[in-house]
Each structure stands twice: as C-alpha cells, then as structure tokens.
Write a protein that binds this ligand. Sequence first.
Ligand code: GLC
Length: 737
Amino acid sequence: MSQAIDPEPPEYLPRSRIDRVERLLAELTLADKIGQMTQATMPEQVEAAERERLLSLVREGKIGSFLNVADRELRNELQSAAMEGRGIPLLFGRDVIHGFRTIFPIPLAQAASFDPGLARAAAGVAAHEASEIGIDWTFAPMVDVTREPRWGRVAEGYGEDPLVASRFGAAVVRGFQGAGPGAPGSVAACAKHYVAYGAAEAGKEYNTTWVPERLLRDLYLPPFRACVDAGVMTVMCGFNDLNGVPMSAHRWALRDVLKGELGFSGFVVSDWTSLREMICHGNCADERDVAFASARAGVDMEMVSTAYAQHLAELVAFGKVSLAEVDDAVRRILTVKHQLGLFESPYTKVRAVSVALAKGHLDLAREVARASLVLLKNDSHCLPLRADHRHVALVGPLADDPHNPLGTWSFDGDRRASVTLLAALRERLGSGARVEHYPGVPDARSTDVSGFDAALAGVKQADVAIVVLGEDANISGECRSRAYLDLPGAQSALLERLASAGTPLVLVVMAGRPLTLDRELAHAQAVLYAWHPGTMGGPAIADVLFGDVPPSGKLPISFPRTVGQVPIYYNYKNTGRPPKGTERGVPRGTPLDPVDMVASYLDVEVTPQFPFGFGLSYTTFAYSDVRVSAKRVRLSERFEVSAKVTNVGERAGIEVVQLYLRDRVGSVTRPVRELKGFERISLEPGESRVVTFPLGADDLAFSGPDLSVGAEPGWFDVYVGGDSRAEASDAFELVPD
Ligand code: GLC
C-alpha cells in the first residue's frame, strides 16, 4: 500500500551548505542524481564482461558507490572511470566490523571489556588498515541492542544495555572517523541497523519486530542518538519490518526521528536488497512502488537492488517524488564524499610501508582480547595456572585453529597472522614443558566421538587439562540464529568424558553468543569465556590463564540457564508478583497445593545462569561508602554518586565498577535496575579508590505515558558493585526545582 503523497515534501533540517556541493548539485541532471543514489556490489571473482558493464555504468554516472571492492588497483580503475565520466568520485564501502587484516575480538567481546577507549583504538587501527587498500567507508558500528542470544548477530553488537551500546557505538564512530571526516587513515562510519533490528521475534533472523514506541525510544534508539551526536556520517536501515512497516519505507523513523529529532545530517543507505525485499514483505506491489516508498521515507542510497535506477526518474517526472527529496538525498551523499576529501584525492596511493598487521596493531589486538575475557568460575583458585606446569593437555579443535576464533565478519583477516592457543601455550611454557593437543572431536559441530579415548588418555597423564569448546565462526553472525544455545555437536559429551579423568580441568569457551552451560559447569574447576577473540586470542587467553594479567571482562548480556528463559535481561520490570528467591516448582502429590504464585517457572530458577555485568577476578573487591552527594536532589541540579572500592585479596586486579539506579515509582513502570555508569579501575592488593559518577536529571529521564521525556520526582535507590546484582546501596529523593 503506497503512502499518501503530500503535495509539499517536508522541510528538511537546515544543513551546513558546502558551496561546492550546491554548485555541483545545480549542474547535475536527474539521471546523474539517481546514479549517486545507487550503490552496486562487486562480485568476488568479477568476470571480464561484468567488469566492463560496471565500468561503463560508472562512466555514464549511473553508479555512485560500490561495496566489496577489496583491491586497490580495481578501486582506482573504477575511480578513474568515474572521474573521466561525470567527474564525481565513487565511494567505496566494506564490512570492516571488528578489524581488517588484524582481527580484533567480536564487538560483543569488546563490550565485555567495558572499555570504550579500547574499542575506539581498535576501530582506528581497522580504519588505518582498510583505508590502505582504498576503503573509504565501513558498515559499522552495529549498535543494535538485543536481548536475544538465539540471534546470530548478537555477536556483532554490544549486548543488552543501551548505555553500553551508546558508549561503544560513539567510541567506535570516533575511532573509524579519526580526527575528523577525511582524516588520513580514517573511514566514514555507519551506525546500523536502524532501528530495533535486534528485537527480531524469537531471535529468528530478519524476523518481524513489534516494539512499542516507549521501548523503541528508551532501549533501541539511544545508541543511534549517541552515534549521531558523535558525528557518524552514515546510517544503514535494517531489514526488519517495524510494527508493520519495513524500515526501508519507515518515513516516521527515518525522516521524522532520525533526520528530524536526532538531527542526522549524513545519508541513509539501505541494507543489501532491503528495498526490493519490501515486495516480499507485502508492503510494496512492485519495484516502482518500492522506489516511491523508500524515496519518500528518506532512504538516500540504494544498496545492490535497482529500484531507484529503474523507476525514480519516472516518479519525479509524474510528481510522485519531489525533486527536493531527490536533491536532499544527493546533497547528503555529495557532502559525505566532499567531507572525505574524495573530490581532491579520489585515488588511493600505495603507502611506502604497509600498516597491515603492524606489531602495534597485533599488540593492541592482544590487549583488547585480554580485557574481553570473562572468568565465570574459578573453584579453589584453580586459576591462575602455575608457571611450573610441565605437562598440559590441550583439548578441542578450536585450540589449534587460525580461522574460527576470528569470528563472524572477518573475511579480510589474515589467517597467517593468527596465533592459536596451542602456539601461545607452547611459546609460553617453552621447550621444558609438554603441551599436547588432542582435538577430541574433528570440529566444533561434529558428533564423531572416535577422538574421545585419545583425548581422555592424554588428560589422565597431564598436570592440567585446558579444554577449548564452543562455536565455529560460521554458526555466528548474520542468518545464524539457533533455537538451542547448547554446545554444538558432541562437545558436551567430550567434556563429561574428560572430567572423569580427575585431572584439574579448565574450560575455555569460544562463541559468538551466550551459551547454556548448566551441565558443563559441573565438569570444570574453572571456566573462561573467550567469545571469538580474534587474531591474538591465543596469547591473550594464555596471558590470563597464567596470571600475567588478571581476568577483567564483565558480561554485556545475561546468560540464561536454558533457552526457555529467553528473553532474560537485567533491566526487567518488577511485575505485581516478583519472585522471592529461588522458587523451584511444586511438591508432588498435592495437586491443589498452593504454590508461591509469583512471576517464576515451575522447572527452572528465574535468575540467569550469569547476570549482566558479571565476571570474576583473581582477587576480591569490597565496596563501601556508597554515597549520593545530596539526599534531596533538585531536578535542575547535577549530583554525584561515589563509592569506595578496595582490593581485599592478595593479587592485583581490574574491576569494572558499575552504577545502577532504580526509580522506585514512575508514571509508567520502571526497570528494577538501570546501568547509569561504569568505570574500569586497577587496584593493587590492599589498595582502595573512590570512584565517582556525575549524574543529572537527563540520566534519570524516560519516556512517560504520553512519550514526553523527562525525570520524575521521587525516590531512587542507588547500587554500586561488580555486577547487576550489586547490593552496596544508598538512596536519594529527586525533588522539583
Ligand atoms: C548484510 C548486512 C549488513 C552489511 C551489508 C553489506 O546483509 O545485514 O550489516 O553491512 O549486508 O554487506
């Protein structure tokens, strides 16, 4: 059903006029303009005929951008065709999500560091390496908040919390875009997938999203606002149908909210063939309808499909789409090209010395991986391992694999640079120690158990067993939704078999999502969650296992006990009947026996296996003196929450201090906790530090019954601690001015 055609297109936000763009815009024909709104993809192995076809389209000005050109010479050849043709440089995009040649941990792992500064540095390295071969624009950061571990793309975002996703999204935008648009070694960033793509029903990829506007505004929109405020140059709209309207035709979300309320002045690119897919959605009858709906909605550039190329001129000629709307799209695109300096320097020069895989890049990848590792269990101080271990049994195919630990979206990563855990352990323990590797299973999804015996025999002889289990990279990422969250294949059975040896056993999990580990936890003395840790994951894991650095990661997403609990998240609503503790079903033989009639299950505890923000250290931190700077805080006042953190253990440690608030009463129900601040600190044994979080009414604001945004007077509980169950607390009253 096409949307009503307004005679007058809406007034667009006043934009910074770049004279050159305006002059150029005035010279362009409609065909030229539509060419700028068209992005083509370059096939990996492009046939000569296809190459010639694309080159001639470029010369005629019918293509304004490419994605997936990963070769400097081809890029410059296409660019010269554009400059000799209509004289407007092409824009080259690529999915540089968490690294280019040097692959950093997946974004979900980076979020576990709770250190946006590290993510910013990693993005800067990725931009530096990618720009070297002529990539001007990356389709990242993905800032889709999600509560869905079944969804494969949970790997690609920053977890369940809007503050974490906002801080990491903004940091990564700044990392990619460097000192400013067009700065040497920088690329344009792209906040995606606008909006609420992570709310896919049942975690099924590309699925419907039903999101009440209040939830949209308070949970899914904030990271996009943060990216816009950080100056993100592009935004990608998602595949999802949001409340009945596919995002590629969502005029309210794109024009009114993103470009209007949020003041986004860059351009919107569609996701792959999401425009054409609206026919399948049943929102458009044909590609002409698609072009109409998307142009009116504010999609500025069409990726891969060709509805604009085929139908936009006719729609303008018949007055269905205004020239003003086309000009606004082209103005945005030309402005980005201009800001990137492509008019002055359209070609990519060969650098005297390649920066790819520079030592500093690999060192940073190791540092980011170290900070992302989350210690979930450590019975009787099994970790850190003693340096004098002379015989280590290392089990699992992922332990000697240069590919899968790189995770999803790592196709440009150089596998030759990967350092596996096996290589790292052998390097670290030296020739005097034995580090024997036993795959146990052929690969992470295999059900072949023929390798169990050899692995068990090896574990029996060793001082310690390090068992690496999890997901291969190809069951993580786009279109990789899973209905079960168990360890795939025979891995769980392998672990159970190995536990029978009685050798101290450390489980290292490599995965692109939370897995359900209820059974496995019993078989390991220690569990380290490594996600997909990237090129330098091996050395980073070894560094933490042997205590060179303490584990410091915290969970950016709740871990369910069973997939039946999903969605499960920390900032839930209390309901009228909150569970009291660990309700566990009803006694047998008493069919009418009253149960605790509370919000719980009969067959599993309501709490997660591991809560948001959780992660152990090799030491212990004590929290005290949680203080609010005033017991009564006026709406217009700034105030602070401080807490004293002490390392009461014997080893140095790194803690992510977390501040949560609870708004006790609101005009709409409020979450039982909301993360309002976090900070990583290092403390020596016995050392204390007071951590202070500055706050204001904007940190307490939410969308009320009429969706107006603001903080409401009343009492707030304050919690500061090492995870979302933090108990150390205080309270304050917010009062009108
Ligand atoms: C994919 C993804 C998107 C990516 C784009 C280009 O389908 O959804 O995140 O940037 O296509 O590869």
